[in-house]
Design a protein around this ligand. Structure first.
Ligand code: FES
Ligand SMILES: [Fe+2]
Length: 452
């Protein structure tokens, strides 16, 4: 019998050591209950605004059995509709085989079954033999069901709950903390997705803390210490690195290499990161790091190396028409390196790039999820590459991510072991884990962390 302890009843209690039972990760009943209690109640990151620039452009977003069409109207307004025909329930827009979602442009949405037709406002404009319904086909009965939609950070967000409060309120304080980074100006460099063998929470928690860096990514330890914090932020949470001495101002947002000569170790770390993760940096930053040994004398103190690296990369980008926002160092420090947006999105932000993860259940199978990652950066006006979501088998992801994948499937297996007593997350470095479960328990009515 495990000692259960006292249930965590207030977010402030999350600073104490807690334990979380495996139910939320492995139970089929819990996974089924998530649909009504969670997925149909929360704001979900459903697409990118730049993917629907023109009237009639649309993307779809699926969450379990629900599907939503997000479409731009004639005056540029954004609407969202339930992706189902009011006639006999055919899904209106199919997802092409093997694709993550549908994307395209339509003047009208025509149902493939009997041809009912809907305009960009969701109004039904054509029903074959309409008179057979004897005048009962009102606009209300035939129009597409509306879904709440809004945008922030350059993303489209939807909420299936017609009673849900505004997105702006929901995202607090994450959106306010991230606004200075102007994420809406970034465009994807790549976006990949895969159906993976673990619960969506197991996947999410593989990326929401820095505690695993030493054990999972030992190569990075050559470049310095990776101790970092995690904080609960209302419904959301964030993480960041503890700053090395003398670099508190930068709060390690863009990490310098450690060791004798930070000029060389920074360049090595940047090249390693570019080649093995292809996240959290840009070609500009890598090249500026490679120039450090020529531009600075041996023995330059770390803080100065850091300053020079960033200003040289910033200046290089400005010459090619890429302008990083200027963010107050204290704000940068408080914002950390990454935000968990409840329940299933992570935004690893910076002034010139970001790494965004998104996790969804795959059917009601607690052992599977849809895992996605997208890397964004700033491009000169009109030069962003055209990207689409690419289905990518686990072995074809960047090597650093494969190291994380190795843990994810194994954690899912371990959680089901009769001998597993519940997790023991690090109260300082992994506080984002109890934060997620504390907030989940508010929606699910079960599964709150317990004090140990
Ligand atoms: S189900 Fe759509 S027109 Fe019949
Ligand atoms: Fe990792």
């Amino acid at each position: 019998m495990t000692e259960m302890g006292k249930i965590v009843e207030a977010a402030e209690d999350l600073v104490e050591p807690v334990t979380i039972g495996p139910e939320a990760y492995v139970s089929a009943d819990y996974a089924r209950a998530e649909q009504d209690r969670l997925w149909r109640k929360v704001w979900l990151q459903a697409g990118r605004v730049e993917d629907i620039p023109n009237p009639g452009d649309y993307v779809t977003y699926d969450i379990l059995t629900d599907s939503v069409i997000i479409m731009r109207g004639d005056a540029g307004e954004i609407r969202a509709f339930h992706n189902v025909c009011p006639h006999r329930g055919r899904r209106l827009i199919d997802t092409p085989k093997g694709r993550r979602n549908a994307r395209g442009n339509k003047t009208n949405i025509v149902c493939g079954f009997h041809g009912w037709t809907f305009n960009r406002e969701g109004t039904c404009t054509y029903v074959e033999h309409r008179e057979d319904w004897q005048g009962k086909l009102t606009e209300e009965r035939t129009g597409l069901g509306k879904v709440q939609v809004d945008s922030w950070g350059g993303w489209l967000w939807i909420n299936l709950d017609p009673e849900a409060g505004p997105l702006d309120e929901y995202l607090r304080p994450a959106a306010q903390m991230l606004d200075p980074f102007e994420l809406q100006n970034m465009r994807p460099r790549w976006r990949k997705w895969v159906v993976f063998d673990c619960n969506w929470k197991v996947a999410m928690e593989a990326f929401c803390e820095t505690y695993h860096v030493a054990g999972t990514h030992p190569e990075f330890m050559e470049f310095g210490q990776f101790r970092g914090w995690g904080r609960n932020q209302g419904l959301h949470s964030n993480i960041g690195y503890d700053a090395p001495k003398g670099q508190e101002e930068d709060q390690a947002k863009l990490r310098l290499g450690a060791g004798e000569d930070p000029r060389l170790s920074t360049a090595e770390m940047q090249v390693f990161t570019w080649e093995n993760a292809n996240t959290n940096t840009t070609r500009t930053l890598v090249d500026a790091a490679l120039r450090l040994k020529d531009e600075l004398p041996e023995g330059t103190p770390a803080a100065e190396v850091s300053k020079h690296w960033l200003s040289s990369a910033r200046a290089f980008d400005e010459r090619r028409g890429v302008f990083w926002p200027v963010v107050d160092p204290q704000h940068t420090a408080a914002s950390g390196t990454s935000w968990q947006i409840f329940p299933n999105t992570q935004i690893g932000h910076a002034v010139n790039n970001m790494l965004v993860y998104h996790y969804r259940p795959y059917g009601c199978d607690p052992d599977k999820c849809i895992f996605e990652a997208a890397v964004y950066e700033l491009y000169p006006e009109g030069e962003a590459p055209e990207t689409e979501w690419e289905y990518t088998e686990p072995d074809d992801w960047p090597p650093v991510l494969q190291q994380d994948f190795n843990n994810m499937a194994a954690v899912q297996q371990g959680m089901k072991n009769v001998g597993f007593r519940g997790t023991l997350p690090n109260p300082y470095m992994e506080r984002t884990v109890p934060s997620l479960h504390y907030n989940l328990s508010r929606f699910m009515g079960a599964g709150a962390p317990r004090k140990v």
